[in-house]
Structures are given as C-alpha cells and as structure tokens.
Design a protein. Structure first.
Length: 67
C-alpha cells in the first residue's frame, strides 16, 4: 500500500466531502480515505495497481477535479 495525498478542486461543503470520499472508496483496494474541505486535500492508501488516472476518473465522475 502507498499513502497518497492529492488536491481536489470544486468542493464547497460537507456534502462534497462525502461525495469525494465515496468516490475514492469505490476504487478497489483504496482505504483510509480522509478528505479535508478547508485545504482541499484528500489522503488515502492505495494498492500498487491503482493509477493517477483511476483516481482522477473517480473524482471527475463525482463532479470534482483532481489538480
């Protein structure tokens, strides 16, 4: 497992945090997701096979953008 930290744009409320959290948790193998609204940073653990493109796709499908 690798610990990842990414910046996400477009979040404005706690509902956004929940949507992003669910989107990241929907990626197989991703765990320990924490999303901070104030900083716009999400941290989580991912298995080796999960790519940045996988992460970006999940976040974009939820309506937000990976920076």
């Amino acid at each position: 497992m690798e610990r990842i930290r990414v910046r996400i744009s477009g979040m404005s409320c706690e509902h956004c945090v929940k949507r992003v959290t669910r989107a990241l948790e929907s990626i197989p193998g991703v765990r320990e997701v924490r999303v901070d609204l104030k900083s716009g940073i999400a941290t989580f653990e991912k298995p080796e096979g999960v790519t940045r493109e996988d992460i970006a796709r999940a976040i974009e499908e939820a309506g937000y953008r990976l920076e």
